[in-house]
Design a protein around this ligand. Structure first.
Ligand code: FAQ
Length: 334
């Protein structure tokens, strides 16, 4: 909501100096108002949002790959239809997020180029392989579960377009999480081999899911500033703890165990204690040395190259019909 327009100092009107505009920006953030694209904002706020939203968008589209791996091998027509819908949803999330980033003055071409050349990141979690059908369930339950835990507070992010995109994304993610839970439940209650397959998937996805929340608070270089700007509402460790607390009883209902012998309820803290996370693995994955980094980025680059004719055709169609061809930057093709 933009309650303060340029004349009040938040827009780019020539009448307000940087000091006044910064004060108006700070006041709006303090009052929990939304910052909108045409409002004045500090350069560092804009850069932080571009970094986070771009990384988020890239995660959504790279995140289509691990599950898409199973579309042709889904065990029934019902499971195939659900999985196709889910993977399409992730593409849609990418599009909302690229659109949100574009409101900050960056082009989609530029963002994709940065992804393809390794100058922008995507979530560590999508560099792990999907070895069995149960991995589709584990991704839904754990990866989408972690994504929701992280993203529900982002619905209250100070930047309007990002916050609004998150509302719809979270609704869809919550469906994804439930389909993963239901899939794992069916396997867990199935034959001993199916139960073992579900347990193996949870064993492999548990720790990488905890890493999705980012480095521990004392190593999170962006958290303090992002929280002051109300981009982030909670620290990485707070959200990780919330996720663990949610998952433990759900694992019990599933009849599966979480692969952490140190997991136990701490009466004093009112939370589950959990064992140490192997942060060296996280850093290796971020450096490009995870099990699937090369494959994920390679496929992504190839899909982009092979899709060039679609973008060109869409731009030509838009020009012919008097629309905005998007300068061939993919906007019209979206
Ligand atoms: N992976 O200072 P912080 C999904 C980087 S969507 C890779 O703590 P910040 C849906 C970070 O960028 C999943 N890099 O950073 C789905 C920074 O690097 P830089 C994506 C990571 O931003 C489900 C450095 O480490 N969700 O799953 C990761 O304050 C199923 C220092 O970290 C979002 O992007 C990581 N896990 O906090 C799709 C949510 N963690 O740029 C398909 C929005 C940290 O300085 C299938 N993002 N880094 O070189 C956020 O909430 C935040 O950006 C955090 C990181 C919490 C991820």
């Amino acid at each position: 909501m933009t309650t303060l327009l340029p004349e009040a100092g938040r827009g780019e009107g020539p009448e307000a100096g940087d000091g006044a505009r910064e004060a108006a920006f700070d006041a709006a953030v303090a009052a929990d108002e939304r910052i909108e694209p045409r409002d004045w904002m500090p350069d560092a706020y804009r850069a932080t949002l571009v970094r986070q939203i771009a990384q988020h968008a890239h995660s959504e589209i790279i995140g289509m790959q691990p599950e898409a791996n199973w579309i042709t091998r889904a065990p029934s027509l019902r499971r195939k239809a659900i999985l196709m819908a889910k993977v399409q949803d992730e593409a849609g999330h990418g599009l909302y997020l690229y659109s949100a980033a574009e409101t900050l003055g960056v082009g989609r071409d530029e963002l994709l180029d940065k992804l393809h050349t390794g100058r922008q990141k995507y979530s560590s979690i999508f560099n792990y392989p999907t070895l069995t059908w149960a991995d589709v369930g584990a991704i839904g339950w754990l990866v989408d579960g972690a994504a929701i835990t992280n993203q529900v507070p982002l619905c209250r992010c100070s930047y309007g377009p990002y916050a609004r995109a998150m509302v719809r994304v979270c609704k869809e993610e919550s469906f994804h999480q439930r389909q993963g839970y239901e899939l794992l439940l069916a396997l867990s209650r199935g034959t001993p081999a199916q139960h073992a397959m579900a347990q193996d998937a949870v064993d492999r996805w548990w720790w990488p899911s905890l890493m999705m929340f980012g480095p521990p608070d004392d190593e999170s270089k962006h958290s303090a500033q992002s929280m002051a700007w109300k981009i982030k509402r909670h620290s990485n460790d707070e959200l990780r703890q919330r996720f663990v607390d949610i998952c433990v009883p759900q694992a019990e209902s599933l009849g599966l165990t979480l692969p952490d012998p140190e997991l136990r309820w701490n009466e004093e803290r009112g939370h589950y204690d959990f064992g140490p996370i192997d942060w060296s693995e996280f850093h290796e994955v971020l450096r490009g040395n995870g099990p699937c980094n090369e494959q994920r980025l390679g496929r992504r680059r190839r899909a982009h190259e092979e899709g060039a004719w679609v973008r060109e055709a869409a731009a030509a169609y838009a020009r012919k019909h008097g629309g905005d061809p998007g300068d061939g930057d993919g906007k019209a093709a979206a």
